[in-house]
Ligand binder design. Structure first.
Ligand SMILES: NC(=O)c1ccc[n+]([C@@H]2O[C@H](COP(=O)([O-])OP(=O)(O)OC[C@H]3O[C@@H](n4cnc5c(N)ncnc54)[C@H](O)[C@@H]3O)[C@@H](O)[C@H]2O)c1
Length: 422
């Protein structure tokens, strides 16, 4: 990468630009509408607390440009880190208002418009625009890409958000858990990946723009779930006179199921002889201890709601294709015959409640092997290995919430639905 540009040298942009310059030895060409930023660069001092920023500014080469146009003219790769703010009432300093809202994208749209308007004669080689600012899923395609639609041959666009805790920006930027890049252009993603490989060892996750957008905000809100959960355990211990640190300390060691990639794939609801009933019992406990919130109740009901939604999807295909329904799997987990707390049974409950006829088969539970000759709506309710090998009759609709059938799409002349996995 020859010349690197940075538009928006705020609390995220300036520390990252300085770190990039120091680690790559490159000069960074930056621009910010706030001209105070030039003083920060000249004086090697910022008015906010940021670990090691002064040392990095002393060793970095950053040229403060006069305009966005100047940055684009000089640079091949341009990072954008302008703010995508919220109104103050959404900052979390006061209770959540009734009305919630998206971020404000006016700064990002403004900068994108200025870049897209730059005269073609200044663009000798295709430029790589890298958006770092946080956006909600769907934003880049609906609000930003259209701005570049008439000059798309001059620009590749990547969405490349960082996972950074304010105050420790440089350390987090240089030592990420993974580098996240979303783009429509595989070659642009590879170029950006190789730029980071120069000074970072983390694995790169390259994906669609939408997936990267969701990964960024899913990461942050997942942390919110963990904190609410830990605080709730604290409330319980407060009520029954216990020590929450003993509990969270033990849970922190559960790095096979809890703190691991396990259970982090979309499919059917949770199940088994313990989980659903624990959620329901804990919901009761939260109510009887008068805890501040009751996420256990929400959890138990979310399990119902997600399963009900799956039953509605089955009914929709059943009606639109006029085919019988066959539910594959009765047990609550793969390759066993245990049906207690099974989400498949809950699904059947919702079909029954609507008076829908269906059959439900399970080789382990029924102790017999099934094969199919008549086309139908097949729904994979249990992730049994044998289901992956079934040859489905042509003209069937196969709904697979686990996503196993994705790679086998071409093998079937049937409609294969893998929800959430376009
Ligand atoms: N600060 C963080 O630790 C952090 C971490 C992760 C993500 N983010 C995201 O990064 C983005 C930036 O955050 P921030 O904290 O650095 O915000 P910030 O307000 O500190 O910085 C944004 C900078 O962009 C500048 N700017 C606005 N319009 C401009 C324009 N037309 N041309 C040039 N510069 C312009 C502003 O003057 C400001 O200096 C946000 O979307 C934020 O959500 C920030």
């Amino acid at each position: 990468v020859a010349n690197i540009g940075f538009i928006g040298l705020g609390k995220l942009g300036l520390p990252c630009a300085a770190a990039m310059s120091v680690k790559t030895g490159n000069r960074i060409y930056g621009f910010d509408v706030n001209t105070d930023v030039k003083n920060y660069i000249d004086l090697k001092k910022v008015p906010y607390m940021e670990n090691n920023i002064e040392e990095y500014l002393r060793n970095a080469n950053i040229t403060f440009c006069k305009s966005i146009e100047e940055v684009i003219r000089i640079c091949d790769v341009i990072f954008i880190a302008v703010q995508t703010p919220h109104e103050e009432e959404f900052e979390g300093n006061t209770p959540v208002p009734e009305r919630t809202s998206d971020f404000n994208y006016e700064y990002l749209i403004n900068v994108s418009g200025q870049i897209a308007d730059i005269e073609a004669k200044y663009i000798k080689k295709k430029k790589l625009i890298v958006i770092i600012s946080t956006v909600l899923p769907g934003t880049i395609r609906s609000k930003i890409l259209p701005i570049f639609s008439e000059v798309y041959e001059n620009f590749d666009i990547c969405y490349n958000p960082y996972f950074i805790a304010m105050g420790d920006t440089i350390n987090d930027f240089l030592n990420p858990e993974f580098v996240l890049i979303g783009s429509d252009s595989p070659s642009a993603m590879t170029k950006l990946e190789s730029f980071y490989k120069d000074f970072q060892t983390a694995q790169t996750r390259k994906m669609s723009i939408e997936s990267a957008e969701l990964t960024k905000v899913a990461y942050n809100t997942f942390i919110g779930f963990k904190i609410v959960f830990a605080n709730l355990l604290g409330e319980i211990m407060q009520e029954i006179n216990g020590n929450v640190d003993e509990v969270t300390g033990a849970l922190s060691q559960a790095n096979i199921r809890l703190l691991s990639p396990k259970y982090l794939s979309a499919g059917m609801a949770d199940g088994g002889g313990c989980h659903p009933r624990d959620q329901i019992a804990m919901s009761w406990l939260a109510k009887s201890l008068n805890l501040s919130v009751n996420p256990f109740d929400w959890l138990a009901r979310a399990r119902d709601a997600q399963t009900k939604k799956q039953s509605e999807m089955i009914i929709e295909y059943h009606k639109s294709h006029n085919l019988p329904i066959i539910i594959l799997g009765k047990s609550y987990k793969s390759n066993v015959n245990l049906i207690v707390g099974s989400p498949s049974r809950l699904l059947c409950h919702y079909l029954d409640s609507k008076g829908i006829n269906y059959e439900c088969h399970d080789n382990f539970v029924d102790k017999k092997k099934t094969s199919y000759v008549e086309k139908a709506i097949f729904f994979v309710a249990t992730n049994h290995d044998y289901i992956k090998e079934i040859i489905f009759p042509q003209g069937s609709v196969l709904i697979d919430p686990w996503g196993n059938m994705i790679n086998r799409r071409t093998n079937y002349k049937s409609l294969i639905i893998t929800p959430g996995r376009n």
